[in-house]
Design a protein around this ligand. Structure first.
Ligand code: CA
Length: 240
């Protein structure tokens, strides 16, 4: 199943938070509500959301203070922030944007507009897919169409195996530890056991078939590497 984008709603007024959350859910987002700055910080520490809706006036630290702190921190500096506030003056808008907010919406706002701004922000922040088709040896992966083929024969891969293969192919000939793969393929702060990586590598090898699977090497004590050398060795062995 596709992971729903999470939106951290930092808002002390429960009626507004509820209204926003309902609309987010209807639009395919997963809202998380934090009613004060301390809760917001805890949520952010446990997992990075895709977007933060940040109310300006909060009990405890203000939204402005939070935005400034998050921008100053390497882990949170890139998190997309939309400031949400009753303050609509130009001076406040500028202060909000200066503090590092990506966008600004004044209350009362239309939920339609809010959702449109979230989507626009996510589009702007989406990593550019630099390379769409990756080919290594006779193994080819198309990130745009989610197709994988070996010797022009299409292969069936599960979504995680696809992501794993995509990462390995775009970072070939290097050894990746299990924890690096968890970070890169499974994402930030996902608490999964490293053994999970082995399970998906096994599935990936099965899906690739014997010849292509030889490209994925297990490097004892270190992790996994995708290498074209493995493929060549297998082919010459077959031929010989
Ligand atoms: Ca408030």
């Amino acid at each position: 199943m596709r992971r729903l984008p999470t939106v951290l709603v930092v808002e002390d007024e429960s009626a507004i938070a509820e209204l926003i959350s309902v609309n987010l859910r209807h639009s395919g987002f997963r809202p998380i509500w934090a009613m004060d700055s301390a809760t917001a910080q805890t949520e952010l520490d446990s997992a990075l959301p895709d977007v933060v809706l940040l109310d300006w006036m909060l009990p405890g630290e203000s939204g402005l203070t939070l935005a400034k702190r998050w921008r100053a921190h390497p882990r949170t500096k890139a998190v997309p922030i939309i400031m949400l506030t009753a303050r609509g003056d130009e001076v406040d808008r500028v202060a909000g944007l200066d503090a590092g907010a990506d966008d600004y919406i004044a209350k009362p706002f239309s939920t339609k507009e809010l959702l449109a701004r979230i989507r626009a922000l996510l589009r702007r922040r989406a990593p550019e897919e630099e390379v769409k088709v990756v080919t290594l040896g006779r193994l080819s992966l198309d990130a745009a169409t989610h197709r994988v083929s070996f010797q022009d024969q299409p292969l069936k891969l599960g979504p995680t195996e696809f992501k794993l293969l995509h990462y390995l192919m775009t970072h070939a000939e290097r050894v990746h530890s299990r924890s690096q793969l968890l970070d890169q393929v499974w994402g930030d702060h996902v608490f999964i056991e490293e053994r999970t990586v082995d399970v998906h590598v096994k599935r990936l090898r099965e899906a690739l078939g014997e010849q292509a699977a030889a490209m994925i090497e297990t490097v004892r004590g270190a992790g996994y590497r995708l290498t074209v050398a493995g493929l060549t060795a297998t082919v010459s062995a077959d031929v010989g």
